[in-house]
Ligand binder design. Structure first.
Ligand code: URP
Ligand code: ZN
Ligand code: ZN
Ligand code: ZN
Length: 485
């Protein structure tokens, strides 16, 4: 196999910044050092070399709210590569009857045209013996995360009893539980109340999902996860109330992770008050964009380490699809795009402003995600032996975001007009140049499914864990012994 060497750049990882060359043989990084040579040389002078971005949260060609999200594994992963992301993790949606393996087969078919590597999370949208029985095989196939929607009542939502049952099964299997944390019962009632009062526009979407609803559900999911003894990953954490719950749980020693989206970090609720219906509806997603104080909380969480990953929740709908809800905001398909913009926007609004260090940037866009999802150091690292998923990042490059030049299939961009400083110049995916100087070179089908191992030894209730760590002699009456020890 011909070798490549990336020369003259500065390597940035989650914990180090240093000048070195990177030698790639086939799909792997084989050596990092000085004065290396290979069959082909890629010049990285003036650039940073970072691990490829991993997006832990996408919905490509997903059936949702009466339609399918517009970007599929072809256009979605082209957008990903153009923005420096070399791997996406998409959500498989079985029905409430628990046909997990059937649904997985369907997602494998859709992902056949992925240009980047990919993995899946399996959703649990109802609790059944079938789901219970099929979960181990899902884990055997390299998927160690199960997603639960606490919102979308009447569609994807699960109740607390279903969630607790599934969380306990996740704990047995060494899987991590994921939640979309919003109180779906209260959202459904607020939606009806707002409609009855004549509030049918996109701004009512935000009123129907206040931060309290997310904070409550996040707290509830954390409590249920602790009782089940399962690590918990909270997707699209958008407000201080949810962040506070996660922070407090982590402080107690619980394994709880939080994931702000690039949209929530940089776009605020004023977007919904735009007089142009289309403009506002295009930004309808759940949870909705928040105010500046909530945004500050998310930025603080990323630098403090109480929030670990930045995702997109890429779920793109065209303006025409959004217009399904022209008379009723509850029918506007929920979701926004961001796969191409996540890294450049985070760099511009985070690193250039000094809110994040370049190392923190790498941690929250790649390394932390690979670690939490059990892919490190195959992914998320610039190390000898790691997959050669690399970005050559030009910190001086500039661009203005425009739907006219994007790779996503939709007709607008929620970041339209934003000026970027810092862009990927070249992106390598398992050693192949997948994007270079504005052009996506990877083909549909170049991506590979990446298997993820179950968790090792961390699926235990905190209360049980404490007794193992610090055994003590306490006289207790049998009725006060919840674990029967
Ligand atoms: O509005 C959103 N976030 N749409 C995608 C589905 C989900 O809830 O993640
Ligand atoms: Zn969600
Ligand atoms: Zn507000
Ligand atoms: Zn989502």
């Amino acid at each position: 196999m011909a070798t490549k060497v990336i020369k003259g750049g500065t390597i940035i990882t989650a914990d180090r910044t240093y000048d070195a060359d990177v030698l790639i043989d086939g799909e792997k990084i084989v050596k990092i050092g000085t004065n290396l040579s290979g069959d082909q040389t890629i010049d990285a002078k003036g650039c940073y070399i970072m691990p490829g971005g991993i997006d832990p949260h996408t919905h490509l060609q997903m059936p949702f709210m009466g339609t399918y999200s517009s970007d599929d594994f072809d256009t979605g992963t082209a957008a990903a590569l153009a923005g420096g992301t070399t791997m996406v993790i998409d959500f498989v949606l079985p029905g409430p009857e628990g046909n997990l393996l059937e649904a997985l087969q369907e997602w494998f078919q859709k992902s056949g045209k992925s240009r980047t590597d990919y993995s899946f999370h399996m959703a649990i949208t109802g609790w059944s013996e079938r789901a219970f029985n099929e979960m181990p095989e899902v884990v055997n196939r390299g998927i160690n995360s199960f997603k639960h929607f606490m919102a979308y009542k009447g569609a994807l939502m699960v109740n607390d009893d279903e969630m607790f049952a599934s969380f306990q099964r996740c704990a047995e299997l060494g899987a991590t539980a994921f939640v979309h944390a919003e109180n779906g019962d209260v959202v459904a009632q607020l939606q009806q109340k707002l409609l009855a009062e004549g509030n049918n526009g996109p701004e009512a979407h935000a009123f129907s999902r206040p931060p309290e609803i997310e904070g409550e559900a996040t707290n509830r999911a954390i409590m249920i996860a602790d009782q089940a003894g399962v690590p918990l990953y909270v997707v699209h954490t958008s407000c201080e109330q949810a962040h506070e719950a996660i922070r407090r749980a982590r402080q107690k020693g619980m394994r709880v992770f939080g994931e702000p989206l690039i949209q929530h970090l940089t776009l605020d609720e004023s977007e919904y008050f735009n007089q142009d219906w289309d403009y506002a509806a295009r930004r309808v997603m759940s949870p909705p964009f928040r105010d500046k104080l909530n945004q500050d909380s998310l930025w603080a969480g990323l630098s403090a380490g109480s929030l670990q990953c930045v995702a997109t929740d890429h779920c793109a709908f065209t303006s025409e699809q959004k217009r399904t809800g022209i008379d009723d905001f509850t029918k506007i398909p929920n979701g926004t795009g961001g796969l191409e913009e996540r890294l450049p926007v985070l760099w511009t609004k985070g690193v250039v402003t000094g809110r994040l260090t370049p190392n923190e940037f790498v941690a929250v866009t790649s390394t932390n995600i690979a670690k939490i999802l059990n892919m490190y150091p195959q992914k998320g690292a610039v190390l000898e032996g790691s997959d050669a998923d690399l970005i050559i990042w030009d910190p001086k490059a500039k661009k203005t975001i425009s739907a006219k030049t994007q790779h996503s299939s939709i007709d607008y961009n929620v970041f339209e007009g934003m000026e970027l400083t810092g862009l990927p110049r070249t992106v390598l995916s398992r050693g192949k140049v997948a994007f270079d100087q504005g052009k996506v070179l990877a083909e549909p089908g170049d991506g590979r499914f990446i298997e993820r191992e179950p968790n090792a030894g961390i699926n235990k209730a905190l209360s049980t864990w404490k007794e193992v760590v610090a055994p003590r002699k306490v006289e207790r009456k049998p009725e006060h012994m919840p674990y029967g020890v």
